[in-house]
Design a protein around this ligand. Structure first.
Ligand code: 5GP
Ligand code: MG
Length: 183
């Protein structure tokens, strides 16, 4: 385990098993009825989850990205998530699957869902690696969610603190002194 971590919450094996289960559910949802899915991943956090997930999908996808920033360099969310950049695909009449790392307040997903909806996709589904239901500020629920976790700030498997720890293959919490030492 990385020495900056206080504890591991999800091991790499647990994560891999669950990612495959979600992929099966997604495949079952689209199989037979949908020719192609436009999978929109929310950078930067969802990059690792997305990379693993898509390699278990049987429905053909086209990948697009939106960069969203909601945390800056702290663990406190800014009031409104910022969308930095736009989609390359025309999603009108297309089947869209939005993928994010974690559903926290729900503000990010709600905002993106609203933005994509106005472009009139044929369908719009959402998939998140993690869910912190205690933190929700709206009634947003993802169609697929990997794990429900308590209200703790987590890093690893794509999730960062001040840009670090995204490469860890497991999920964990940081030692308290890491926050106070951060520059
Ligand atoms: P929301 O808009 O749902 O509050 O925030 C979602 C975003 O906040 C996530 O995509 C993620 O970037 C960030 N976030 C929320 N909780 C955590 C956490 O525990 N760890 C990290 N690294 N990012 C988080
Ligand atoms: Mg994010």
């Amino acid at each position: 385990m990385n020495t900056d971590l206080e504890k591991v919450i999800l091991s790499a094996d647990e994560i891999n098993t669950r990612v495959q289960e979600i992929a099966i559910e997604i495949n079952q949802n689209y199989e037979g009825s949908v020719r192609e899915v436009i999978l929109i991943t929310l950078l930067d956090g969802a990059i690792v989850f997305t990379a693993d997930l898509i390699r278990h999908l049987s429905v053909p996808i086209r990948l697009d990205c939106i960069r969203v920033s909601s945390y800056g360099n702290s663990t406190n969310p800014e009031t409104a998530p910022r969308i930095l950049g736009s989609l390359k695909s025309d999603v009108q009449d297309k089947h869209v699957l939005l993928v994010d790392d974690i559903l926290d307040t729900g503000n990010t997903m709600k905002k993106i869902v609203n933005e994509v909806s106005v472009q009139k996709p044929a369908s719009l589904r959402t998939c998140v690696f993690l869910d912190k239901p205690e933190r929700r500020q709206n009634n947003f629920q993802a169609d697929w969610s990997g794990f429900s976790i308590p209200d703790e700030f987590v890093v690893g498997y794509g999730l960062d603190y001040a840009g670090r720890y995204r490469e860890l293959p497991y999920l964990g919490t940081l030692k308290p002194e890491i926050y106070s030492h951060n520059t």
